[in-house]
Write a protein that binds this ligand. Sequence first.
Ligand code: ADP
Ligand code: PAZ
Ligand code: K
Length: 282
Amino acid sequence: MILLVDIGNSRIKWAQLRGNRPAEFDSITRGKTGIKRDISRVWKDLKDINRVVVANVGGDRIGDQLTECTQNYWQVTPEFLTARANSYGIHNAYETPEHLGIDRWLGLIAVRQRYRNFRKNGAICIVDCGTAITVDLLAADGNHLGGLIIPGITSMSQILSDHTNGIGIISESEKKGDTLLANTTDTAVTGGALYAAASFIDRVSSDAASEIKGEFKRVITGGDALRILPLLLDKYDHLPNLVLWGLAQVARNTRTKVTHESEDTSDHCEDKSAHSTETVEA
Ligand SMILES: Nc1ncnc2c1ncn2[C@@H]1O[C@H](COP(=O)(O)OP(=O)(O)O)[C@@H](O)[C@H]1O
Ligand SMILES: CC(C)(COP(=O)(O)O)[C@@H](O)C(=O)NCCC(=O)O
Ligand SMILES: [K+]
């Protein structure tokens, strides 16, 4: 069995490759410096793992800990992916391609596969709402046009807690009801972060759309997608676990030729097309 692992700066997400697609999605919040205890708890029951394909943006120390775990559990050394200049029909916009976050690169790969019949001269805007919020633009011809990065919702609250006396660690509190403005410190900070994120996403996607002649599609993913979606002005396709879908594509394209598992035709990520107010189960 092939294990697909997405290590972000806040959470570790994983799935198993079933034919051409990821299945049995799971995730945990991870420690800042150590993940061995976190993953030993949840991976001890995983059996017959013969490959581990990894997107890691958490740094080498975290990667080394993952390697120690997979070698202990399954005698398998993980395959750590890095962004490339060109592959899967995508041209990386970065001056130094490997500096593009591997999560962002795999998101581009997954989106290109998901919308492979996308019309000429259009573009797709990919928003990933995690520890950081990233926006990337992928032209229909496969050119990655670049992107932007801001702190995520939790990171913005963390900044205020670290730099002010009056604001402490914010609990995962939302504004009560649908009032525009908040009446407690926690909800003022959380509400402000949500509005900052939504305004950033609305403005960047709107400015990008004005430069694109053809069809313009908006995609959103990441752990905070569902919190931000209700505040967005435009329609988004909510594609959960986008990075794991990208990992599935790369894993099956680098599968050892020996294993000829049944090819699953539907090899693109589920489309939970979402209006800016809700995610509809596909
Ligand atoms: N089950 C959960 N437990 C904790 N946080 C969650 C959970 N689901 C979603 N989140 C939200 O997702 C965010 C992390 O999203 P994610 O895309 O996994 O981040 P990253 O890839 O940066 O690790 C957290 O900051 C939190 O707000
Ligand atoms: C921007 C990110 C920190 C996002 O990571 P995440 O929020 O998923 O933890 C990650 O994509 C990253 O480390 N990128 C490298 C820098 C860059 O993409 O320019
Ligand atoms: K991410």
